[in-house]
Ligand binder design. Structure first.
Ligand code: ADP
Length: 703
């Protein structure tokens, strides 16, 4: 019986979701649930928690009740299930009385396999009556860490779940799921739900597709500008800590013509939901938000999360950063550290009405978050250790594992700054100190008699902005500390005193802000475009149609028949039927381009083509190197070299590639292209004499 159910679960995974096998942890959790064993499942974001209850819901005879903290999430989840043809619904306060009645009737008729509710509903008499009339097989508690006061997102309404379960007449299996559980939180869950140690299934917290980066002491706005430019059309979230800051970044980016949305608690509900929708539907690529944004978002193709300000805890950070790459594709998480943010957060804790013990705990968590920004250890490892995983494995790709930039000796310049701070008796902030050092003619300096300070004008070749940035770096490296919150003054630390006395030297890493982008995958772009089109027509978020991961796989495999298409991971029966034809039409267009594009695209070769490399190739070709020679010395295929040359020519480099084709061949190519059309190369090739190569065609047509 149980084996059959497991087999059935496996079949559903393939036929409905289009996946071949369960992931680590999913198999054990699902097996336990089908076995009737109450379970706690701890898996990182994107680990595949939803499937752990959705698949049993389809296999078990009764209904699965999903308790979820956020109303906004319920609609998305039910919509996503509808895309898979799974009968699911939700009951919450957004429904009218008649809608609710209608859904209740359908629930009683056994129409739905899954029902989503918020914990508050469990207390309602009417709902309890409804439950008594149906058969419950499974209760899944999503975001279960909300039950624990030790969690960063404790919700009092979650506390009542355990007593509700105890009073329940039926005895459904219980599954509690979370991505962020420290040891204390996990203990709490075990106690509340009476689940023993060996029924806690944890796959760890590692998100191997995420690359963590900490950037210190840089001009944040400038960093964001170059970062976003490098990210082209990719989706990303920029978190800032205050509404004001969100608005400022939003203004800054939209005035540069970048399509962005803003989201914070100060906006009305309509504005917020418009921003959220635009982001989810890929109408804007970037959303700037406070931490009010994200909990109800399941968007799987978020490629980067930047924290413009320091988050308060590692839990909050990992949850927010973890919104990147839910689909398993490589994604990036960047924290822009400035010491001022630490002070602001500390101030907010101080001002809160929390009791002393709670404040102390929050300080400790803030310190651990700050330490994350200063550690020299692997950042992924730091986070895992924080959550109680004592792994000493390093990720090999975070900003600590991959040190970019060389250390440069900046002792002399640092001494000038420290000396200015000391001579002005630590009474001033960054602006005044920078003005003194660049020798500013500002009246205020004169009034305060600061033009007499001996360091006045010592850095006159620098801009005031550069000095201010340098001070930020010195603060990030803890030579200086800001004091006060509104207009902070700067003070020297013991380290700075040692530098002034010549006992310590200052070596700083040159910050590298520009991040190289990958060459675009043309097939992926075309598939993404189609997905966007379908999304606009059907008002379904693009990621619900197919994930980026699935589109990437399509662009790699270029399936051309419906059978090949259905074998792509993430294509189940329903989606194949609904979208197969449209995607195949696009894929068909790349049948001819396949040999060439497949060669050059990094995702397909596991090799990244550096931006601008094609220009280097073009230059060498222009200087006389042959295609064969370039292919050999650059370790690239000849097709890739040709692709580089065509790209360079399209970008305006004067190469006159057509001159490399015999005039008589050129003539025939143009003639044939004229007859059969120049959209596809294969029909042209087939209509030409055999000696004419694809290279001849490319060079003649310039594409
Ligand atoms: P979580 O709720 O843990 O954040 P999701 O349930 O949203 O994660 O799953 C993340 C992504 O992984 C989704 O796109 C989902 O379809 C995909 N996924 C889940 N299980 C599997 C699997 N066994 N094989 C391939 N992809 C999977």
């Amino acid at each position: 019986m149980e084996y059959n159910r497991l087999q059935l679960a496996q079949d559903k995974l393939k036929s409905i979701y289009g996946y071949d096998s369960f992931r680590q942890g999913q198999h054990t959790i699902i097996e336990q649930i089908l076995n009737g064993t109450d379970t706690i499942g701890i898996m990182p974001t994107g680990g595949g928690k939803s499937l752990c209850y959705q698949i049993p819901a389809l296999v078990l005879p009764g209904i699965t009740l999903v308790i979820s903290p956020l109303i906004s999430l319920m609609k998305d989840q039910v919509d996503a299930l509808a895309e898979l043809n799974i009968p699911a619904t939700y009951l919450n306060s957004t429904l009218s009385v008649s809608e609710e009645r209608e859904r209740q009737n359908l629930i009683e008729d056994g129409f739905y396999k899954l029902i989503y509710v918020a914990p508050e509903r469990l207390e309602q008499y009417q709902f309890q009556q409804l439950l008594s009339r149906i058969s419950l097989s499974l209760v899944a508690i999503d975001e279960a860490h909300c039950m624990s006061q030790w969690g960063h997102d404790f919700r009092p309404s979650y506390l009542s779940i355990s007593s509700w379960l105890e009073q329940l007449e039926q005895n459904p299996t219980v599954l509690a799921l979370t991505a962020t559980a420290t040891t204390e939180v996990c203990k709490d869950l075990q106690n509340f739900l009476h689940i023993g140690e060996h029924h806690v299934i944890s796959t760890g917290f590692e998100r191997s597709n995420l690359t963590f980066k900490v950037k210190k002491g840089l001009n944040k706005k400038r960093f964001i500008d170059s970062y976003i430019t490098s990210k082209k059309k990719e989706s990303g979230i920029i978190y800032a800590s205050t509404r004001k800051e969100v608005d400022q970044i939003y203004q800054h980016l939209s005035s540069s013509g970048i399509s962005v949305a803003a989201y914070h608690g100060g906006m009305n509900e309509k504005e917020r939901s418009r921003s959220q929708e635009a982001f989810i539907h890929d109408e804007v690529n970037i959303i700037i938000a406070t931490n009010a944004f994200g909990m109800g978002i399941d968007k799987s193709n978020v490629r980067f999360v930047v924290h413009y300000n320091l988050p308060r805890t590692i839990e909050a950070y990992y949850q927010e950063a973890g919104r990147a790459g839910r689909d398993g594709e490589a994604s990036e998480c960047v924290v822009l550290f400035s010491p001022q943010d630490v002070r602001t957060q500390a101030f907010l804790i101080e001002q809160s009405d929390r009791n002393e013990l709670r404040q102390e705990m929050e300080y400790k968590k803030l310190q651990q978050m700050t330490a994350f920004c200063h550690t020299e250890r692997c950042l992924q490892q730091y986070i895992l250790n924080y959550f109680g995983d004592d792994s000493n494995k390093t990720c090999g790709k975070c900003s600590n594992c991959v040190q970019t930039g060389e250390k440069v000796n900046k002792t002399r310049e640092a001494q000038m700054v420290f000396s200015t701070v000391k001579r002005t008796r630590e009474r001033f902030g960054k602006t005044i100190i920078s003005q003194i050092l660049v020798g500013s003619a500002n009246q205020k300096l004169k009034q305060l008699q600061l033009t007499n300070v001996t360091t006045y004008g010592l850095l006159k070749t620098w801009s005031q902005k550069d000095v201010a940035e340098f001070i930020d770096i010195l603060m990030a490296e803890e030579y200086l500390v800001p004091m006060g919150t509104t207009y902070p003054t700067i003070q020297l630390t013991e380290k700075a005193v040692q530098v002034l006395m010549g006992e310590l030297e200052v070596f700083l890493t040159e910050t590298v802000t520009a991040i190289q982008s990958e060459e675009h995958d043309v097939v992926f772009e075309a598939l993404r475009e189609l997905r966007k089109q379908i999304s606009t027509e059907s008002r379904i978020p693009p990621y619900m149609i197919f994930s980026d991961k699935t589109l990437k796989e399509m662009s790699r495999l270029i399936p051309l028949t419906i059978e090949e298409f259905s074998s792509v991971s993430g294509v189940g029966e329903q989606k194949q039927e609904k979208y197969g034809q449209a995607f195949l039409e696009i894929l068909q267009q790349f049948k001819d381009k396949q040999p060439m594009d497949l060669e050059v695209e990094p995702a397909n070769k596991g090799r990244k083509t550096k931006k601008g490399q094609f220009l280097e190739t073009a230059k060498r070709f222009h200087d006389g190197d042959s295609i064969e020679h370039l292919a050999e010395v650059l370790s690239l295929s000849e097709q890739t070299i040709i692709k580089h040359l065509l790209k360079a020519q399209q970008d305006g480099v004067e190469l006159s590639l057509e001159q490399y084709v015999k005039p008589e061949d050129r003539e025939i190519i143009l003639q044939v292209a004229n007859e059969v059309g120049s959209d596809y190369l294969k029909p042209i090739k087939e209509a030409l004499p055999e000696h004419i190569t694809y290279q001849d065609i490319h060079f003649t047509l310039g594409k």
